[in-house]
Design a binder for this molecule. Structure first.
Ligand code: AMP
Length: 293
């Protein structure tokens, strides 16, 4: 199954306790596409300005990523985000968001894009997520991610689209912010009541909690010793999750559990599918234990 993704392609300025990196290639759809393309074909829908060079676009080349839906607007600037982390790398503080070309991006999907079986509405304006979703013809699985910026500025649109997707990928602070409920499980239930079947809650270095109407499933994150920049980890995780589900052609509870376990990495430029499989094996041993008898 192919995946359609709409979301940001961006330049980021990232500050961590280890230093500042200017003009890094970023964006929710960028990380997602690269990660998902390890597993299946991805149709990317996004927009950039003419400051986005061929060198920047090279991140997508040689991968199963179709760029027909990546528009370039002359005389305009690419989405810009400045984020900062303290020693607690779980929490990103937004220092600046400039929507630029995304402020009035209204894509029209072509026939191939409309037929995508899996749709990922990566973090971007919920109104744009809705416009894209409504052009798709009966996708089998629709998933969505968002962030505090849109919860604050577009809560009504977000509430509408929460009710129209199957799976929501969201981080724990966003569940609390959206629901104003301190307990994560209760908050998750409130969001599920809007219509989605599954909520995958990202908890940074502590892993992921998957909540459905019937079950709760928890997995830790693989403990990494060297983390310099956590930006994109959530989108990369979503790319692995959806890419895996699309490659299996199913999203029942069993596949969802395997998909949630499957992916946790960065270094996206260098890694291969063999590296992903190796990490998966290491991850299995991290969480395996015997029955108590
Ligand atoms: P993550 O660390 O996975 O939550 O995603 C970080 C990426 O999201 C960065 O590369 C940013 O360019 C992008 N981003 C930040 N703010 C927004 C926003 N309001 N809408 C869409 N993308 C954003």
């Amino acid at each position: 199954m192919t995946i359609l993704v709409v979301g940001s392609v961006a330049f980021d300025r990232i500050t961590t306790p280890f230093g500042t990196a200017e003009r890094c290639l970023g964006g929710s759809a960028t990380y997602f596409s690269v990660a998902a393309s390890f597993f299946t074909e991805v149709n990317l829908v996004a927009v950039v300005g003419d400051d986005f060079t061929d060198k920047d676009a090279a991140i997508f080349s040689g991968r199963k990523i179709n760029l027909d839906g990546l528009q370039k607007v002359k005389g305009a600037k690419t989405f810009f985000w400045a984020g900062e982390y303290d020693f607690d790398l779980n929490v990103a503080k937004t220092r600046d968001t400039q929507l630029n070309v995304f402020a009035d991006f209204k894509p029209t999907l072509n026939a191939v894009q409309r037929k995508s079986e899996v749709v990922f509405l990566a973090n971007i304006d919920p109104q744009l997520q809705m416009d894209v979703l409504h052009q798709c013809q009966q996708p089998k699985l629709v998933a969505l991610d968002t962030m505090n910026y849109w919860i604050t500025s577009k809560k009504d649109s977000l509430t509408k689209i929460f009710g129209q997707v199957d799976l929501i990928v969201i981080n724990e602070a966003e569940v609390r912010q959206y629901t104003e409920e301190p307990n994560l499980v209760k908050g998750a239930r409130q969001i599920l009541a809007l219509g989605a079947k599954t909520l995958v809650i990202k908890r940074g270095e502590y892993g992921v909690l998957m909540i459905t109407r019937a079950a709760v499933f928890a997995v830790p994150a693989y403990p990494l010793e060297n983390v310099f920049d956590p930006t994109g980890a959530g989108d990369t995780f979503a790319g692995g999750l959806l890419g895996y589900l699309a490659s299996r052609g199913a999203h029942d509870e069993r596949e969802l559990r395997r998909a949630v376990e499957k992916f946790s990495l960065d270094r996206l430029r260098e890694i291969t599918l063999a590296d992903v499989q190796e990490r998966y094996r290491a991850f299995r041993t991290l969480t395996e234990f015997e029955d108590y008898s």
